[in-house]
Design a binder for this molecule. Sequence first.
Ligand code: HOZ
Length: 415
Amino acid sequence: MSIGTVAAWRERAARLFPGGVNSPVRAYRAVGGEQPIMVRGQAAFAWDADGNRYIDYVGAFGPLMIGHAHPAVVEAIRTAVEAGGPFGATTPAEVRLAELIRSRMPSIERLRFVNSGTEAAMSALRVARAATGRDLVIKFEGGYHGHADSMLVDAGSGAVTLSIPGSAGVTKSVAAETLVATYNDLSSVAAQLDTHRGMVAAVIVEPVAANMGVVPPAPGFLTGLRQLTDRAGAVLIFDEVITGFRVAPGGAQELYGVTPDLTVLGKIIGGGLPVGAYGGRAELIDLVAPAGPVYQAGTLSGHPVVMAAGEATLLQLTPDVYTAIEARADRLQEGLRRAGMSVARVGSLLTVFFRDMAPVNFREAKECDTLAFGKFFHRMRAAGVLLPPSQFEAWFLSTAHYDAGIDATLAAASS
Ligand code: HOZ
């Protein structure tokens, strides 16, 4: 059976989906040119419908930390599919994955699985509002927490890529309940908390900003957030959808030694299948129905196939894996720097910024030369290296990005 060409599939997709895609960044609007149509992935490689092979740094925007089609994940999925379900009932798979998550991220005493990071962030905010009896939340300019209405205010990721950081369709009253602070600037958070004393339910933050490109937290920033939220009686929510189980076995909260009240998860815990989770202190999570009055539900939540894929993935992520992947990420970073580029990296997440210095906040990130990024992107693509198609997304390394792939990437970048 012919699989058809990239051009043919692209044309069919264009007739069906807005912008030809089912999520905006992949439409390539930020880099120009046309989106690829992908048909296969194996380890660190992905192939398009014309048979072109790429070293893949998109990594499905994060979840594929052990690469495409890892045999352990494929086997776990096959076994789970053959066992039937979902059942509209609890299964051992979700209990096992939850126990695994809790053992690596001890701040998560209890949790609830959902189907996406968006749902997880939205639900965590609902819990924070219920717990505090307050309406306002603080997020950071350029921070991305999915597409729930209240989070599409000065948002990063595709929203900044497409210059729509505040979405049409979000009511003024909802947007007004979201206050915005500057990442890496504690005084901006303190000012919002002072101005709205006793009214802020939560501060939600990506502990490593990764949707304005990768911007690491300045020393003391996360600790400062912990102190400020404690003082204000607000809930501190870490959105670890990207950093969870990636930057360290216990996520950014382990790496930086700061414990949030609630954590939002996604990506890796589904092994590449759709998933999300929110968890944290027991008394907060026990506000969720049916234990408590915060309603949140999902027919497919805790889907046994997704849980099996997530468990198989996390079981592969032993401590030595982090050492190996970081050594390669470091080599990539150093090579790119030697080629004259500004690179920010935390663990196996990195971004090449087209700016003299890697940015420390969203204002600086927006100063990047996005046209130069577009040219670089296409040069790399022509050399068989597929990067996330926006200056404002992270590159994701996997355990399958071996030295030969890093060498080929560096050769392409320096050509
Ligand atoms: N939120 C995703 C990246 N951070 C979007 C990816 C896409 O549009 O496909």
